[in-house]
Design a protein around this ligand. Structure first.
Ligand code: AMP
Ligand code: MG
Length: 473
C-alpha cells in the first residue's frame, strides 16, 4: 500500500522570500530504524510497508501532496547575531491537521544541503538522530511541550565529522510549527515590513487566533516560554543551545542538540562542548529565555504605529517575565515536594532543599522520587543534611491534602540519562538497536515504577559519567 499523508500546506503560500523550494537528495540504501506508528495515526498517516516508509522518510520518494522547502530564519547564536541562518539540513515536507484539529509540520532533518547550508553537508549522523528521537519522545511522555519524532532511518551512507566517518541517518520531526524567534528577526533585520507583517499574521492565525496585536502576541509567547523553561528545570533538563533560532514561537521544546538531563544536582551544570562560559547552564536558562524574549520584542517593534510607546509596553512585558518564571518554577517545584499551591515561603523551603542537594551531590531525579518514601536521605553525601530539612518539610505537609498523589505525577522515576544515551548510541553504531528500543519503551512511562528497568534509573558510575555533549552538526 502506498503511503498517504494528508498534506494541507500553508507555509508554501507565504511570500517566496520566506523559504526556498528544495527537494531532498536521495540516499544510497535507506532502512527504517523506527517508525512511530501511534504518532502517525494521530497525523492521519497510513502505511504498512516498511520499504515505502524508508523511502519516504529518507527523502528518496516524495509523498503525494508534499511541497518540500527549506525555511529562512536568522538568530542570535551565543549572543552574536547571524542575519542569515535557515534550514541548512532540514526540509519541511508539508503540514497536516492532526486528529485533535491541530496543524503540525512534518520535517526531514539530515536530508541534504539547501541554500542555507553554508559550510555544512546538510546531513546528520546516527548518534544525534537517535538522541533526538529518544529525548524528544521522553520529553513528551514527561508532559512537556515538544517536537516529536515520527521516524528515524539510516541512509547507508557515511557522514564525515571530526571523529571520522559515521553512519548517516535522517530524523523526521513533527512540530506544531517551526516558527522561531529567529524567523521574526530575519525579517526585522532586513527592515522587511511586509514580510514581518505577513509572518505576524501567519503566526497569529496558526498559533494564537485570539491575539489582538503584537504586544498581545509577545505576552502569549512569554507566558508559554515561562512555563516551558520552569518545566525543563523541574525535570533537570538542560537544552544546551538556547539560541533565538532554537526558541519556538509555539512554546515547544525544539532542536535537541547537545541537550542533557542532570544526574547530580548543581545549578551551574553545563554539558555542551560549545558552551564554554555556561551561557546556557541549567539555572541560566531562566535568564536567557528573558533575553531571547527581548529579541522577539525588538523584532516586533516595527509592527507598531507608535514605536516609542511600543518599546515602553514591550519592555514592561519583558521585565515582568522573571516574576512569571518564578511563579511557574514555584508551582512546578511545589508539586515536586507535594505542595499543591506553593507560596513564597514554600519557595524558600524548596531553595533550601536544592542548596543541600548541591552541597551533597544528590541525584536530582532520584532525590525527588524518593522524597516521600523517606529514602531520599541516602542520596546525600551527608544524610543529616537531609534530615534537618525533612523535619520542616513534614511539618509543612500536614496542611496538604494529597502530597503523595501530587508528588507521584511530578517526580519521574526515569529520565534519559546521558550515559545511557551514549551507551545506546555506541550500541546502535555497531548495529545493535535493542538499547534504543528499550530506552523508548521505559521512557514512555516515566512516572511509573518499572522494577525490571531499575538499571535505567541508576545514576552513572564515576567511569560512566558523560562530561560533555556535542552538537548534532
Ligand atoms: P543547530 O545548531 O542545529 O540549531 O543549527 C544551527 C544552524 O546550522 C542551522 O541553520 C542549521 O540548519 C545549520 N546546520 C547545522 N548542521 C548542519 C549541517 N550538517 N549542514 C548544514 N547546515 C547545518
Ligand atoms: Mg537550530
Amino acid at each position: 500500500m502506498n503511503m498517504n499523508i494528508p498534506f494541507q500546506n500553508t507555509y508554501v503560500h507565504l511570500p517566496p522570500r520566506f523559504f526556498t523550494r528544495q527537494t531532498a537528495v536521495p540516499v544510497k540504501a535507506p532502512r527504517v530504524i523506527r517508525f512511530n506508528a501511534p504518532l502517525a495515526d494521530e497525523l492521519g498517516i497510513t502505511c504498512d510497508d516498511s520499504i515505502e516508509i524508508a523511502e519516504v522518510f529518507a527523502g528518496n520518494r516524495q509523498p503525494g501532496g508534499a511541497d518540500p522547502l527549506a525555511q529562512a530564519y536568522a538568530g542570535h547564536q551565543f549572543g552574536g547575531f547571524s542575519p542569515q541562518l535557515g534550514d541548512g539540513r532540514a526540509l519541511l515536507l508539508g503540514e497536516v491537521i492532526d486528529s485533535a484539529g491541530q496543524r503540525r509540520d512534518i520535517q526531514l532533518k539530515g536530508s541534504g544541503p539547501t541554500p542555507y547550508s553554508r559550510m555544512g553537508d546538510g546531513r546528520a549522523w546516527l548518534g544525534p538522530v537517535l538522541r533526538e528521537y529518544v529525548v524528544s519522545e521522553a520529553m513528551h511522555a514527561l508532559g512537556l511541550p515538544t517536537t516529536r519524532a515520527l521516524a528515524a532511518v539510516t541512509t547507508g551512507e557515511t557522514v564525515y565529522r571530526e571523529a571520522g566517518g559515521l553512519p548517516g541517518a535522517i530524523l523526521t520531526r513533527v512540530a506544531s510549527s517551526h516558527l522561531r524567534v529567529g524567523t521574526f528577526q530575519y525579517f526585522a533585520a532586513r527592515r522587511d515590513q511586509d514580510g514581518l507583517q505577513a509572518l505576524y499574521d501567519y503566526t497569529v492565525a496558526r498559533h494564537y487566533p485570539h491575539v489582538e496585536g503584537p504586544a498581545h502576541l509577545l505576552a502569549e509567547v512569554i507566558r508559554r516560554q515561562a512555563r516551558l523553561i520552569a518545566g525543563w528545570m523541574a525535570v533537570g533538563f538542560i537544552h544546551g543551545v538556547m539560541n533565538t533560532d532554537n526558541t519556538a514561537i509555539s512554546g515547544e521544546t525544539i532542536d535537541y542538540g547537545p541537550c542533557a538531563f542532570m544526574d547530580a544536582y548543581h545549578p551551574q551544570t553545563v554539558f555542551s562542548s560549545i558552551d564554554a562560559h555556561g551561557r546556557y547552564a541549567y539555572d541560566n536558562q531562566a535568564h536567557v529565555i528573558v533575553w531571547n524574549m527581548a529579541q522577539l520584542a525588538t523584532a516586533l517593534v516595527p509592527l507598531m504605529p507608535d514605536q516609542d510607546e511600543a518599546i515602553e509596553d514591550f519592555t514592561a512585558l519583558v521585565h515582568a517575565m522573571p516574576d512569571q518564571i518564578e511563579t511557574e518554577w514555584r508551582s512546578a517545584f511545589g508539586r515536586k515536594i507535594g505542595i499543591a499551591r506553593a507560596t513564597t515561603a514554600d519557595a524558600a523551603l524548596i531553595g533550601d532543599l536544592l542548596a543541600r542537594m548541591a552541597d551533597n551531590r544528590a541525584d536530582f531525579t532520584n532525590t525527588f522520587r524518593a522524597l516521600y518514601s523517606g529514602s531520599a536521605r541516602d542520596q546525600f553525601l551527608d544524610p543529616a543534611a537531609f534530615d534537618d530539612w525533612e523535619t520542616q518539610w513534614r511539618a509543612r505537609l500536614t496542611a496538604e491534602q494529597d502530597p503523595k498523589g501530587i508528588m507521584a505525577i511530578a517526580n519521574p522515576a526515569f529520565i534519559p540519562r546521558n550515559h545511557r544515551i551514549e551507551q545506546m548510541i555506541e550500541a546502535a553504531v555497531s548495529g545493535d538497536f535493542a538499547p534504543f528500543e528499550r530506552l523508548l519503551t521505559v521512557l514512555a512511562n516515566p512516572y511509573q515504577d518499572q522494577p525490571e528497568a531499575s538499571d535505567l534509573a541508576r545514576p552513572p558510575h564515576p567511569s560512566e559519567v558523560v562530561q560533555q555533549t556535542y552538537c548534532g552538526t
